[in-house]
Design a protein around this ligand. Structure first.
Ligand code: DAH
Length: 341
């Protein structure tokens, strides 16, 4: 009986110290297993004097029941403690303020481009795109600018290592692509947006890459009056109704006659300020009637067809609209600039 009491005390103390599943299993095998310490005492019952055997058997069974119950309780307590520790380590502090995701947006140039598309779509112009990497033939020769012609000085060109292949200096070669793709028996009304590249000193006023939007209309009865009407309508939609426009004589090899269009300064209303350099006018585009040589190069017979063309710079338009004083912001990828639009 004394041995049973000692075993009880030892087992209970060991159980209280077992705090993992492995330790509990080792405890079970040691005290309650088939070859465990309790079983060892029970197996020794036949060695006891007969009159002591019933009381010892009862006490041993009671001890077995107590140890089993204590074991199960301890097992549950250990499992609960483990779960509680796990939950605590995975706890999420729901009171932390959320992280605001950074929302993307359209580049200011593209906002202006979309505005331009929308305005010209109201006049029946569709968007026609052509490649950024051009040939000398499309960028110059087919536009009536032969090799060695002094007019080439107007476009400082990036040449590639492949002879005859250049980065386009303007969107005007798209005129030839559009005519050759859509013509030569149908009228055309397209705008041609795209990136242009020039081997130029980068300053606040000129970048080496920038967008242009070219316009081209070809038909059987198109006159300079149509050109003026379209530009006036465009300027009034873009800059607000009631704008005054002015057409100045100019020269481009691919148009004849050629003009430059000015709008009254949107900042000072024509009174004169730093932005319009005290002239009261802002130049918004080059334009003209498509030169017969260009029409022919596009596949159209100039005896039957006429057309007008124009070209403008959306970065310049965006600068005027928002009072941006340095064109280098546009492609500097500085979010502090881009996030303002
Ligand atoms: N391509 C000219 C430039 O980059 C702009 C231009 C002027 C386009 C007159 C035209 C035009 O279509 O008719 O300077």
């Amino acid at each position: 009986m004394h041995d049973l009491q000692r075993l009880r005390e030892e087992a209970m103390a060991a159980l209280a110290a077992a705090d993992t599943a492995d330790a509990l299993e080792a405890w079970r095998i040691r005290y309650l297993g088939r070859k465990g310490l309790l079983q060892e005492l029970i197996r020794a019952i036949p060695d006891l004097p007969p009159q002591e055997r019933p009381a010892f058997g009862q006490a041993a069974n009671a001890l077995k029941a107590d140890l089993t119950a204590a074991f199960e309780a301890r097992q549950q307590a250990v499992a609960e403690a483990r779960l509680a520790a796990e939950l605590a380590s995975e706890a999420v502090d729901v009171t932390l303020p959320g992280r605001r995701p950074q929302v993307g947006r359209l580049h200011p140039s593209h906002q202006t481009l979309r505005e331009i598309y929308a305005i010209f779509s109201t006049m029946g112009f569709q968007v026609f795109t052509s490649r950024d990497v051009e040939t000398d033939e499309y960028n110059f020769e087919l536009l009536n600018i032969p090799p060695g012609h002094p007019a080439r000085d107007m476009w400082d060109t990036f040449y590639t290592t492949t002879p005859g292949v250049i980065m386009r200096t303007h969107t005007s070669p798209g005129q030839i692509h559009a005519m050759r793709t859509l013509g030569p028996t149908k009228p055309i009304r397209v705008i041609l947006p795209g990136m242009c590249f020039r081997y130029e000193q980068v300053t606040a006023r000129s970048e080496m890459m920038f967008h242009q939007v070219e316009g081209l209309a070809i038909g059987r009865n198109i006159t300079m009056a149509d050109l003026k009407g379209v530009i006036v309508e465009f300027a009034n939609q873009l800059y607000g109704a009631g704008r005054r426009l002015r057409f100045r004589c100019s020269h481009f090899p691919f148009t004849e006659p050629s003009v430059e269009a000015d709008v009254d300064c949107i900042l000072c209303g024509g009174r004169g300020c730093a932005v319009c350099k005290y002239t009261g006018w802002l130049e918004i585009m080059g334009a003209g009637m498509v030169h017969p040589v260009v029409l022919r190069n596009g596949g159209y017979d100039p005896a039957e067809w006429t057309g007008f063309a124009f070209g403008m710079g959306p970065e310049r338009i965006t600068m005027l609209k928002h009072g941006i004083t340095d064109i280098r912001y546009f492609f500097s990828t500085d979010l502090r600039f881009l996030e303002q639009f």
